[in-house]
Design a protein around this ligand. Structure first.
Ligand code: ATP
Ligand code: MG
Length: 370
């Protein structure tokens, strides 16, 4: 599965940018603040449906404009498909072949992002880590996304009741109880799948970390479930009165977390900068191999500014892995020369300048422009 082309209109500083992409390497080069990361952010929307830099999608719409339009032709095993994302001040809508579809139907292209922001995953709120893991599992296991949606619906309904100031206590309790069973039913599924996929991810993470760091610390992305399936019902009953007081549900996988650790100590508190970076790199590489094994094809890699992020040892490890990677890669850098020659053998590249793209190199046709 790969993106054949991308069109971004009224998106960030890109007024109207259209690229015919290479199935292997597409490289965006340019000086600072020209729009390279904005293009990566636009491509990221096709997998995650949101930005990796801003919480509010409205910030992606070009300043002073009312809407953004992002389109891609996607090549998959059954042929080609047109996908669009339209952003207006009111809503964000996804389309497949011109028909509006739900996010679950749309966000099926697996992508892995390497960027200076990716390191924040270890430090940000638990929500960011849950979203990351949920997105990963949804792409590997078709029913997961739907079960997650149903769980979130039951949770939202229950929270609405818990917050309702006009309901009498007894009635509030009765109504809140009605949503506890569906929360357990879908919640236990989520907890068990998170546990199972985390175990698989961790096996690869440990190996990668040892190889990149070359040292003996044991890495783990440790699942910290809020509740064990066997105790779910009992905890719901025990916490109900506190939940009625606080106006929110306190028990369930919506309060799970995942902790990055080295030798059982949290990386975000005790890890050095280098350890945080190495951990993120090892985790992302683990994600790639698990995607490949599960799906039978490679995810799309988004490498934003990775060359400047990696020291010599990490860079060597990373590019040696990239050599055997057969999927599509998008990369940004300030210069094409920062990439190893092996990556440029099958590549198309552009110079990005104030939101516009000029072709500079095409491996099929050699030098094409400036
Ligand atoms: N909503 C928006 N509308 C218009 N311009 C925007 C919007 N959001 C951001 N920009 C502008 O886009 C410019 C380019 O940003 P981008 O992050 O893509 O740069 P870059 O080429 O990746 O640079 P660097 O090499 O420094 O990472 C920024 O200078 C910013 O002012
Ligand atoms: Mg950038």
């Amino acid at each position: 599965m790969y993106l054949k082309s991308i069109l971004l209109q009224g998106f960030r500083n890109l007024p109207d940018l259209s690229l015919t992409l290479h199935p292997r390497f597409s490289v965006l080069v340019g000086e600072n603040a020209q729009g390279k990361t904005n293009i990566i952010e636009g491509i990221y929307l096709f997998s995650f449906g949101k930005s990796f830099r801003v919480p509010d999608y409205r910030d992606l719409i070009a300043w002073g404009q009312g809407q953004s339009f992002i389109r891609s032709w996607v090549h998959n095993d059954i042929g080609e498909e047109e996908r669009q994302v339209r952003l207006t001040r009111e809503k964000k809508t996804f389309y497949k072949n011109d028909k509006p579809v739900s996010p679950n139907q749309f966000l099926s292209i697996p992508m892995v992002l390497f960027s200076p922001e990716a390191i924040l995953l270890l430090k940000e709120s638990p929500q960011a880590r849950r979203d990351y893991i949920d997105n990963f599992i949804s792409k590997c296991l078709a029913p997961y996304g739907d079960r997650l949606k149903q769980y979130k619906r039951a949770l939202a309904q229950r929270n609405k009741i818990l917050k309702d100031e006009f309901l009498a206590e007894a009635e509030k309790e009765e109504q809140a109880k009605l949503w506890e069973k569906p929360m357990r039913e879908h919640g236990i599924y989520l907890i068990e799948e998170r546990k199972r996929w985390l175990e698989r991810l961790n096996r690869r993470l440990v190996e990668n970390y040892t190889q990149v760091a070359g040292a003996g610390k044991k890495a783990g992305f440790v699942y910290q479930p809020n509740v064990a399936p066997a105790e779910f019902e009992e905890r719901q009953a025990a916490c109900r009165s506190e939940e009625m007081e606080k106006g929110m549900s306190l028990v369930g996988p919506h309060r799970d977390d995942f902790q990055a650790s080295l030798d059982d100590l949290p990386v975000k508190y005790f890890g050095s900068q280098g350890e945080n970076r190495t951990f993120t790199l090892a985790l992302k590489l683990a994600e790639i191999s698990l995607f490949e094994e599960t799906l039978g094809f490679s995810p799309v890699l988004l490498l934003d500014d990775v060359v400047s992020e990696l020291d010599e040892r990490r860079s060597e490890f990373f590019f040696s892995r990239l050599k055997s990677f057969s999927g599509q890669v998008f990369a940004t850098a300030t210069s094409l020369h920062l990439f190893p020659k092996s990556c440029l053998r099958e590549c198309r590249s552009w110079q990005i300048n104030q939101g516009h793209a000029n072709p500079i190199y095409d491996s099929a046709g050699g030098q094409t422009g400036a």
